[in-house]
Design a protein around this ligand. Structure first.
Ligand SMILES: [Fe+2]
Length: 430
Protein backbone atom coordinates (compact mmCIF):
# COMPACT_ATOMS: atom_id res chain seq x y z
CA UNK A 1 0.00 0.00 0.00
CA UNK A 2 1.38 3.40 -1.00
CA UNK A 3 0.82 6.44 1.23
CA UNK A 4 1.34 10.07 0.28
CA UNK A 5 2.85 11.89 3.26
CA UNK A 6 4.09 15.40 3.85
CA UNK A 7 7.88 15.52 4.16
CA UNK A 8 7.63 16.44 7.83
CA UNK A 9 5.56 13.33 8.51
CA UNK A 10 8.19 10.90 7.29
CA UNK A 11 9.89 8.90 10.02
CA UNK A 12 12.89 6.61 10.29
CA UNK A 13 11.86 3.11 9.29
CA UNK A 14 9.58 4.16 6.44
CA UNK A 15 10.36 2.92 2.94
CA UNK A 16 10.28 5.80 0.45
CA UNK A 17 8.91 4.66 -2.90
CA UNK A 18 9.11 8.03 -4.62
CA UNK A 19 8.54 11.75 -4.37
CA UNK A 20 5.78 13.98 -5.69
CA UNK A 21 6.94 17.08 -7.49
CA UNK A 22 9.96 17.78 -9.65
CA UNK A 23 12.77 15.28 -9.30
CA UNK A 24 15.25 18.13 -9.03
CA UNK A 25 13.60 19.24 -5.78
CA UNK A 26 14.22 16.02 -3.94
CA UNK A 27 17.52 15.64 -2.16
CA UNK A 28 18.43 12.05 -3.08
CA UNK A 29 19.79 10.58 -6.26
CA UNK A 30 17.67 7.50 -5.57
CA UNK A 31 13.93 7.66 -5.19
CA UNK A 32 13.40 4.32 -3.48
CA UNK A 33 15.09 3.57 -0.18
CA UNK A 34 14.54 2.85 3.49
CA UNK A 35 14.88 5.86 5.77
CA UNK A 36 17.44 4.72 8.30
CA UNK A 37 19.31 7.69 9.64
CA UNK A 38 18.61 11.05 11.21
CA UNK A 39 20.60 12.68 8.40
CA UNK A 40 18.36 11.13 5.72
CA UNK A 41 15.29 12.17 7.66
CA UNK A 42 16.51 15.74 7.99
CA UNK A 43 17.18 15.95 4.25
CA UNK A 44 13.67 14.73 3.43
CA UNK A 45 12.02 17.08 5.90
CA UNK A 46 14.00 20.07 4.63
CA UNK A 47 13.37 19.27 0.95
CA UNK A 48 11.09 21.14 -1.43
CA UNK A 49 9.03 18.10 -2.47
CA UNK A 50 5.28 18.35 -2.06
CA UNK A 51 4.78 14.78 -0.83
CA UNK A 52 6.70 11.63 -0.13
CA UNK A 53 5.31 8.30 -1.31
CA UNK A 54 5.82 5.64 1.35
CA UNK A 55 5.41 1.93 0.71
CA UNK A 56 3.82 0.56 3.83
CA UNK A 57 4.58 -3.06 2.98
CA UNK A 58 8.34 -2.40 2.87
CA UNK A 59 8.45 -0.09 5.87
CA UNK A 60 9.74 -1.22 9.22
CA UNK A 61 7.53 0.89 11.43
CA UNK A 62 6.11 -1.09 14.35
CA UNK A 63 2.91 0.84 13.97
CA UNK A 64 1.17 -0.89 11.12
CA UNK A 65 -2.14 0.67 12.06
CA UNK A 66 -0.63 4.15 11.88
CA UNK A 67 0.89 3.47 8.50
CA UNK A 68 -2.44 2.22 7.19
CA UNK A 69 -3.89 5.70 7.45
CA UNK A 70 -2.79 8.33 4.99
CA UNK A 71 -2.14 11.66 6.66
CA UNK A 72 -5.13 13.27 4.96
CA UNK A 73 -7.43 11.13 7.11
CA UNK A 74 -5.79 12.05 10.37
CA UNK A 75 -7.32 15.21 11.61
CA UNK A 76 -7.50 16.69 15.06
CA UNK A 77 -10.81 17.73 16.62
CA UNK A 78 -10.28 21.29 15.43
CA UNK A 79 -9.81 20.12 11.86
CA UNK A 80 -6.01 20.47 11.83
CA UNK A 81 -3.55 17.78 10.80
CA UNK A 82 -2.39 15.38 13.48
CA UNK A 83 1.19 14.15 13.45
CA UNK A 84 0.59 10.54 12.42
CA UNK A 85 3.56 8.79 13.95
CA UNK A 86 3.98 10.20 17.40
CA UNK A 87 4.49 6.74 18.84
CA UNK A 88 7.38 6.04 16.54
CA UNK A 89 9.59 8.66 18.15
CA UNK A 90 9.35 7.06 21.58
CA UNK A 91 9.94 3.51 20.43
CA UNK A 92 12.47 4.15 17.71
CA UNK A 93 15.51 3.35 19.79
CA UNK A 94 14.51 -0.26 20.27
CA UNK A 95 12.81 -0.82 16.97
CA UNK A 96 14.87 0.88 14.31
CA UNK A 97 18.34 1.23 15.71
CA UNK A 98 21.02 -1.05 14.30
CA UNK A 99 22.60 -3.34 16.85
CA UNK A 100 24.76 -0.74 18.54
CA UNK A 101 25.82 -1.89 21.98
CA UNK A 102 25.51 0.43 24.91
CA UNK A 103 28.50 -0.90 26.81
CA UNK A 104 31.50 1.35 27.00
CA UNK A 105 34.52 0.32 24.93
CA UNK A 106 37.75 1.17 26.68
CA UNK A 107 40.85 2.40 24.87
CA UNK A 108 43.80 0.03 24.53
CA UNK A 109 47.45 0.39 23.63
CA UNK A 110 48.52 -0.33 20.05
CA UNK A 111 50.19 -3.60 21.09
CA UNK A 112 47.18 -4.82 23.09
CA UNK A 113 44.73 -3.97 20.36
CA UNK A 114 46.86 -5.52 17.63
CA UNK A 115 46.37 -8.92 19.28
CA UNK A 116 42.62 -8.44 19.65
CA UNK A 117 42.34 -6.97 16.16
CA UNK A 118 44.00 -10.11 14.74
CA UNK A 119 41.20 -12.20 16.28
CA UNK A 120 38.51 -9.81 15.01
CA UNK A 121 40.00 -9.94 11.52
CA UNK A 122 40.19 -13.73 11.54
CA UNK A 123 36.59 -14.09 12.68
CA UNK A 124 35.42 -11.53 10.12
CA UNK A 125 37.38 -13.25 7.35
CA UNK A 126 35.67 -16.57 8.09
CA UNK A 127 32.26 -14.89 8.19
CA UNK A 128 32.91 -13.14 4.85
CA UNK A 129 33.98 -16.48 3.30
CA UNK A 130 30.66 -18.00 4.48
CA UNK A 131 28.80 -14.99 3.14
CA UNK A 132 30.43 -15.23 -0.29
CA UNK A 133 29.94 -19.02 -0.43
CA UNK A 134 26.29 -18.56 0.36
CA UNK A 135 25.93 -15.79 -2.21
CA UNK A 136 27.62 -18.01 -4.80
CA UNK A 137 24.77 -20.45 -4.34
CA UNK A 138 22.31 -17.63 -4.92
CA UNK A 139 21.18 -17.38 -1.30
CA UNK A 140 20.07 -14.00 0.00
CA UNK A 141 22.25 -12.23 2.56
CA UNK A 142 21.08 -12.04 6.14
CA UNK A 143 22.01 -8.49 7.13
CA UNK A 144 21.39 -9.24 10.81
CA UNK A 145 24.43 -11.57 10.74
CA UNK A 146 26.64 -8.94 9.12
CA UNK A 147 25.83 -6.11 11.52
CA UNK A 148 27.64 -7.67 14.55
CA UNK A 149 30.81 -8.03 12.47
CA UNK A 150 30.76 -4.34 11.63
CA UNK A 151 30.11 -3.67 15.31
CA UNK A 152 33.15 -5.73 16.39
CA UNK A 153 35.36 -3.98 13.85
CA UNK A 154 34.03 -0.60 15.03
CA UNK A 155 34.79 -1.56 18.64
CA UNK A 156 38.37 -2.42 17.73
CA UNK A 157 38.77 0.99 16.08
CA UNK A 158 37.33 2.60 19.21
CA UNK A 159 39.91 0.81 21.39
CA UNK A 160 42.72 1.91 19.07
CA UNK A 161 42.17 3.77 15.84
CA UNK A 162 45.11 2.30 13.95
CA UNK A 163 45.69 -1.30 15.06
CA UNK A 164 43.11 -3.13 12.96
CA UNK A 165 43.43 -0.83 9.94
CA UNK A 166 47.22 -1.30 9.83
CA UNK A 167 47.00 -5.05 10.36
CA UNK A 168 44.36 -5.81 7.75
CA UNK A 169 46.29 -3.82 5.13
CA UNK A 170 49.12 -6.36 5.38
CA UNK A 171 46.99 -9.15 3.92
CA UNK A 172 48.47 -11.94 1.83
CA UNK A 173 47.68 -12.02 -1.88
CA UNK A 174 45.44 -15.09 -1.57
CA UNK A 175 43.45 -13.49 1.25
CA UNK A 176 42.63 -10.35 -0.67
CA UNK A 177 39.13 -11.19 -1.85
CA UNK A 178 37.78 -11.65 1.65
CA UNK A 179 39.99 -9.37 3.72
CA UNK A 180 39.40 -6.50 1.31
CA UNK A 181 35.79 -6.43 2.55
CA UNK A 182 36.98 -6.35 6.17
CA UNK A 183 39.48 -3.58 5.37
CA UNK A 184 36.90 -1.45 3.56
CA UNK A 185 34.51 -1.92 6.49
CA UNK A 186 37.18 -0.63 8.91
CA UNK A 187 38.12 2.28 6.65
CA UNK A 188 34.47 3.29 6.19
CA UNK A 189 33.82 3.22 9.95
CA UNK A 190 36.96 5.23 10.70
CA UNK A 191 36.15 7.70 7.90
CA UNK A 192 32.49 8.04 8.95
CA UNK A 193 33.53 8.82 12.52
CA UNK A 194 36.06 11.36 11.30
CA UNK A 195 33.27 13.05 9.32
CA UNK A 196 31.18 13.01 12.52
CA UNK A 197 28.33 11.05 10.95
CA UNK A 198 25.88 9.67 13.48
CA UNK A 199 26.46 6.23 15.01
CA UNK A 200 23.72 4.53 13.00
CA UNK A 201 25.14 5.87 9.74
CA UNK A 202 28.65 4.77 10.68
CA UNK A 203 27.36 1.28 11.50
CA UNK A 204 25.52 1.13 8.15
CA UNK A 205 28.70 2.21 6.35
CA UNK A 206 30.60 -0.59 8.10
CA UNK A 207 28.04 -3.08 6.80
CA UNK A 208 28.39 -1.44 3.38
CA UNK A 209 32.13 -2.07 3.48
CA UNK A 210 31.63 -5.75 4.25
CA UNK A 211 29.07 -6.19 1.47
CA UNK A 212 30.25 -3.82 -1.26
CA UNK A 213 31.96 -6.48 -3.40
CA UNK A 214 29.55 -9.37 -2.83
CA UNK A 215 28.70 -9.23 -6.56
CA UNK A 216 32.20 -10.53 -7.29
CA UNK A 217 30.87 -14.03 -6.65
CA UNK A 218 29.45 -13.75 -10.18
CA UNK A 219 32.98 -13.42 -11.64
CA UNK A 220 34.99 -16.55 -12.46
CA UNK A 221 38.10 -16.93 -10.28
CA UNK A 222 40.46 -17.10 -13.25
CA UNK A 223 39.17 -13.71 -14.38
CA UNK A 224 39.13 -12.23 -10.88
CA UNK A 225 42.75 -13.23 -10.23
CA UNK A 226 44.08 -12.79 -13.76
CA UNK A 227 47.39 -10.90 -13.62
CA UNK A 228 47.37 -9.80 -17.27
CA UNK A 229 45.14 -7.57 -19.32
CA UNK A 230 41.48 -8.54 -19.42
CA UNK A 231 39.67 -9.27 -22.67
CA UNK A 232 36.60 -7.19 -23.45
CA UNK A 233 34.38 -10.05 -22.35
CA UNK A 234 36.29 -10.51 -19.08
CA UNK A 235 36.17 -6.80 -18.44
CA UNK A 236 32.41 -6.77 -18.92
CA UNK A 237 32.15 -9.60 -16.41
CA UNK A 238 34.22 -7.69 -13.83
CA UNK A 239 32.27 -4.48 -14.40
CA UNK A 240 29.02 -6.33 -13.83
CA UNK A 241 29.78 -6.97 -10.16
CA UNK A 242 28.17 -3.81 -8.71
CA UNK A 243 24.86 -4.61 -10.44
CA UNK A 244 25.07 -8.29 -9.51
CA UNK A 245 25.77 -7.43 -5.88
CA UNK A 246 23.03 -4.83 -5.74
CA UNK A 247 20.50 -7.28 -7.18
CA UNK A 248 21.43 -9.83 -4.52
CA UNK A 249 21.29 -7.32 -1.66
CA UNK A 250 17.98 -5.90 -2.89
CA UNK A 251 16.38 -9.31 -2.33
CA UNK A 252 18.05 -9.77 1.05
CA UNK A 253 16.87 -8.86 4.51
CA UNK A 254 18.08 -6.18 6.93
CA UNK A 255 20.42 -4.52 4.46
CA UNK A 256 20.93 -0.80 5.17
CA UNK A 257 20.24 1.57 2.29
CA UNK A 258 23.85 2.75 2.55
CA UNK A 259 25.06 -0.77 1.75
CA UNK A 260 22.87 -1.01 -1.36
CA UNK A 261 24.15 2.36 -2.49
CA UNK A 262 27.85 1.68 -1.87
CA UNK A 263 27.56 -1.73 -3.52
CA UNK A 264 26.06 -0.23 -6.68
CA UNK A 265 28.18 2.93 -6.88
CA UNK A 266 31.66 2.24 -5.54
CA UNK A 267 33.15 2.14 -9.06
CA UNK A 268 31.55 5.35 -10.28
CA UNK A 269 33.87 8.36 -10.69
CA UNK A 270 33.31 12.07 -10.17
CA UNK A 271 33.89 12.82 -13.87
CA UNK A 272 31.27 10.28 -14.94
CA UNK A 273 33.77 7.80 -16.42
CA UNK A 274 33.09 5.00 -13.95
CA UNK A 275 30.65 2.10 -14.03
CA UNK A 276 27.97 0.73 -14.04
CA UNK A 277 26.06 3.89 -15.03
CA UNK A 278 28.67 6.57 -15.61
CA UNK A 279 27.16 8.79 -12.94
CA UNK A 280 29.24 11.71 -11.72
CA UNK A 281 29.30 14.93 -9.72
CA UNK A 282 26.21 15.66 -7.67
CA UNK A 283 24.57 12.44 -8.80
CA UNK A 284 26.94 10.58 -6.48
CA UNK A 285 26.02 10.56 -2.82
CA UNK A 286 28.43 11.00 0.07
CA UNK A 287 28.27 7.25 0.75
CA UNK A 288 29.14 6.43 -2.87
CA UNK A 289 32.10 8.84 -2.82
CA UNK A 290 33.35 7.44 0.48
CA UNK A 291 33.01 3.89 -0.84
CA UNK A 292 35.02 4.72 -3.97
CA UNK A 293 37.87 6.18 -1.91
CA UNK A 294 38.03 3.37 0.68
CA UNK A 295 37.79 0.66 -1.97
CA UNK A 296 40.66 2.00 -4.10
CA UNK A 297 42.83 2.90 -1.11
CA UNK A 298 42.71 -0.66 0.21
CA UNK A 299 43.21 -2.14 -3.26
CA UNK A 300 46.37 -0.16 -4.00
CA UNK A 301 47.87 -0.59 -0.52
CA UNK A 302 47.45 -4.39 -0.75
CA UNK A 303 49.73 -6.88 -2.48
CA UNK A 304 47.97 -8.11 -5.61
CA UNK A 305 48.94 -10.79 -8.15
CA UNK A 306 49.85 -8.09 -10.66
CA UNK A 307 51.20 -5.34 -8.41
CA UNK A 308 53.10 -4.88 -5.16
CA UNK A 309 51.43 -2.82 -2.46
CA UNK A 310 51.99 0.91 -2.30
CA UNK A 311 52.65 2.52 1.04
CA UNK A 312 49.72 4.59 2.37
CA UNK A 313 51.60 7.78 1.56
CA UNK A 314 52.31 6.65 -2.00
CA UNK A 315 48.69 5.58 -2.40
CA UNK A 316 47.25 8.89 -1.24
CA UNK A 317 49.73 10.84 -3.36
CA UNK A 318 48.74 8.84 -6.45
CA UNK A 319 45.02 9.01 -5.71
CA UNK A 320 45.25 12.76 -5.30
CA UNK A 321 46.77 13.02 -8.78
CA UNK A 322 43.97 11.08 -10.51
CA UNK A 323 41.94 14.11 -11.55
CA UNK A 324 38.24 13.38 -11.93
CA UNK A 325 38.25 10.06 -10.11
CA UNK A 326 37.50 11.04 -6.53
CA UNK A 327 35.84 13.89 -4.68
CA UNK A 328 39.09 15.82 -4.01
CA UNK A 329 38.09 17.61 -0.76
CA UNK A 330 36.66 14.34 0.56
CA UNK A 331 39.91 12.56 -0.30
CA UNK A 332 41.76 15.13 1.84
CA UNK A 333 39.41 14.33 4.72
CA UNK A 334 40.03 10.62 4.20
CA UNK A 335 43.79 11.23 4.44
CA UNK A 336 43.19 13.21 7.62
CA UNK A 337 41.09 10.34 9.02
CA UNK A 338 44.12 8.06 8.69
CA UNK A 339 46.68 10.62 9.80
CA UNK A 340 48.54 9.98 6.55
CA UNK A 341 49.19 12.69 4.04
CA UNK A 342 50.14 12.81 0.39
CA UNK A 343 53.59 14.03 -0.62
CA UNK A 344 53.72 17.83 -0.66
CA UNK A 345 51.17 18.32 2.15
CA UNK A 346 51.94 21.04 4.71
CA UNK A 347 51.50 19.57 8.19
CA UNK A 348 51.74 20.81 11.76
CA UNK A 349 53.83 18.72 14.13
CA UNK A 350 53.12 18.23 17.81
CA UNK A 351 56.38 20.08 18.50
CA UNK A 352 55.03 23.33 17.06
CA UNK A 353 56.92 23.07 13.79
CA UNK A 354 55.65 22.96 10.24
CA UNK A 355 56.87 20.49 7.68
CA UNK A 356 56.23 19.20 4.19
CA UNK A 357 55.50 15.49 3.69
CA UNK A 358 58.17 14.07 1.41
CA UNK A 359 57.38 10.37 1.44
CA UNK A 360 57.12 7.30 3.58
CA UNK A 361 59.76 5.13 5.14
CA UNK A 362 59.79 1.49 6.10
CA UNK A 363 58.29 -1.63 4.58
CA UNK A 364 55.09 -1.34 6.57
CA UNK A 365 54.69 2.21 5.35
CA UNK A 366 53.67 3.37 8.78
CA UNK A 367 56.32 6.06 9.04
CA UNK A 368 56.04 9.32 7.17
CA UNK A 369 59.06 11.46 6.36
CA UNK A 370 58.51 15.16 6.90
CA UNK A 371 60.91 17.92 5.87
CA UNK A 372 60.66 20.29 8.85
CA UNK A 373 61.36 23.92 7.95
CA UNK A 374 59.26 26.41 9.94
CA UNK A 375 58.96 27.29 13.63
CA UNK A 376 55.41 28.40 14.51
CA UNK A 377 56.52 30.13 17.74
CA UNK A 378 59.22 32.18 16.07
CA UNK A 379 57.14 32.63 12.93
CA UNK A 380 60.30 32.01 10.97
CA UNK A 381 61.89 29.37 8.80
CA UNK A 382 64.64 27.23 10.29
CA UNK A 383 67.32 25.17 8.51
CA UNK A 384 65.35 22.24 7.06
CA UNK A 385 65.81 18.74 8.39
CA UNK A 386 64.05 15.41 7.80
CA UNK A 387 62.06 13.64 10.46
CA UNK A 388 60.55 10.14 10.21
CA UNK A 389 57.25 10.06 12.10
CA UNK A 390 55.51 6.87 13.11
CA UNK A 391 51.87 6.69 14.02
CA UNK A 392 52.54 4.70 17.13
CA UNK A 393 55.19 6.95 18.67
CA UNK A 394 54.07 9.59 21.15
CA UNK A 395 56.41 12.34 19.94
CA UNK A 396 56.72 13.87 17.51
CA UNK A 397 53.38 13.38 15.84
CA UNK A 398 51.49 15.00 13.02
CA UNK A 399 48.73 17.13 14.48
CA UNK A 400 47.10 17.68 11.11
CA UNK A 401 47.07 19.44 7.80
CA UNK A 402 48.14 23.09 8.03
CA UNK A 403 46.81 25.96 5.97
CA UNK A 404 49.28 27.53 3.54
CA UNK A 405 47.11 30.65 3.53
CA UNK A 406 47.02 30.93 7.33
CA UNK A 407 50.82 30.75 7.54
CA UNK A 408 51.12 33.18 4.63
CA UNK A 409 53.01 31.04 2.18
CA UNK A 410 51.79 33.17 -0.67
CA UNK A 411 53.69 31.32 -3.36
CA UNK A 412 53.29 27.80 -2.03
CA UNK A 413 54.69 25.89 -5.06
CA UNK A 414 57.85 28.05 -4.88
CA UNK A 415 58.15 27.41 -1.13
CA UNK A 416 57.83 23.65 -1.64
CA UNK A 417 60.42 23.69 -4.41
CA UNK A 418 62.85 25.72 -2.29
CA UNK A 419 62.45 23.65 0.88
CA UNK A 420 62.69 20.34 -0.93
CA UNK A 421 65.75 21.48 -2.90
CA UNK A 422 67.61 22.50 0.28
CA UNK A 423 70.12 20.04 1.70
CA UNK A 424 68.54 18.72 4.90
CA UNK A 425 70.53 18.60 8.11
CA UNK A 426 69.78 14.90 8.61
CA UNK A 427 67.25 12.98 10.58
CA UNK A 428 67.11 15.17 13.64
CA UNK A 429 64.23 15.52 16.01
CA UNK A 430 62.53 18.92 16.05
FE1 LIG B 1 34.22 -3.56 -6.44
Amino acid sequence: MLLHLKPEQVEIGMFVDGFDGRWIDHPFWRSRFLVETAAQLARIRQSEVTAVIVDRSRSRSPHGADLAEPYTERRTSDGGMAPPYRGVERRRATTFSPPLREKAVRPATYAQERRRAARVIDKSRRAVIDLFDSARMGRAVDGSKIAPLAQAIGDSITRHSRALINLVRLKQKDEYTYLHSVAVCALMINFGRHLKLDDAEVQALGVAGLLHDVGKVAIADDVLLKPGKLTLRERASVEGHPLAGHALLAQSSDIPAAALEVCLRHHEKMDGSGYPDGLGGDALSLYARMGAICDVYDAVTSDRPYKAAWTPCEALTAMQSWTGHFDAPLLDKFADSLGIFPVGTLVTLSTGMLGIVTGSAGEAGEAIVVRVFFDCDLLAECPPFDCAITQTAREPGIVGRASQKFWRFDDWPATVARVLAAKPEGDARP
